[in-house]
Design a protein around this ligand. Structure first.
Ligand code: IMP
Ligand code: MG
Length: 179
């Protein structure tokens, strides 16, 4: 599996340092609240699990699976929710946890859909913000890293459902995803 990786972009130590720093910021902002952490599956599962363990306040956690069929980066896109959260978000302080913000179509559609359910507040956390060269319809409230426009795997991110279990973020060799 490691042989399919061109290079390690973000190693385990850099990840854990960044997650701790982010956790301290979110703890400061939310320590008086009891937010709901909404993990966007599947890509965010590893990040979500690490982040929740560095938050020093009571919180609840839930999961959502969504697919967007956006017409383009400027559109908020049409969102299909494949798995609904169990917890009612009305009146709650909700934090969406996403793996990667690429075009922003998915997150923008998700925000639009969830905002209609009248949460008390709705913020977004992304592990990676990819510089795809096009303007995004949405910005993350919190993020760990900015990256260049390369195809990345590991730490929850997949290519054809593989590589999610790599403990680092790696650039996939071109020959793998051109097969
Ligand atoms: P967006 O709607 O273009 O922002 O799509 C974001 C989603 O695309 C992420 O949640 C990922 O599931 C997927 N994605 C975007 N870039 C990558 C990548 O480099 N590796 C793996 N998945 C990616
Ligand atoms: Mg995703």
């Amino acid at each position: 599996m490691n042989n399919d990786i061109e290079r390690v972009l973000i190693d385990e130590k850099q990840i854990s340092d960044a997650v701790k720093r982010l956790g301290a910021r979110i703890t400061e902002d939310y320590k008086e609240k009891n937010p709901l952490l909404l993990c966007v599956l599947k890509g965010s599962l590893v990040f979500h699990a690490d982040l929740m363990r560095v938050l020093n306040f009571h919180c609840e956690t839930d999961f959502i699976i969504a697919k967007s069929y956006g017409a383009g980066a400027q559109s908020s896109g049409e969102l299909k929710i494949l798995k609904e959260p169990d917890i009612n978000i009305k009146g709650r302080d909700v934090i969406i946890i996403e793996d990667i913000l690429d075009t922003g179509v998915t997150l923008s559609a998700l925000l639009h859909t969830l905002q209609a359910r009248k949460p008390a507040s709705l913020k977004t956390v992304v592990f990676l913000d990819k510089n795809s060269g096009i303007e995004k319809p949405v910005k993350a409230d919190y993020k760990c890293f900015d990256t260049e426009n390369e195809f990345l795997v590991g730490y929850g991110l997949d290519y054809a459902e593989k590589y999610r279990n790599l403990p680092y973020i790696g650039v996939l060799k071109r020959k793998i995803y051109s097969i």
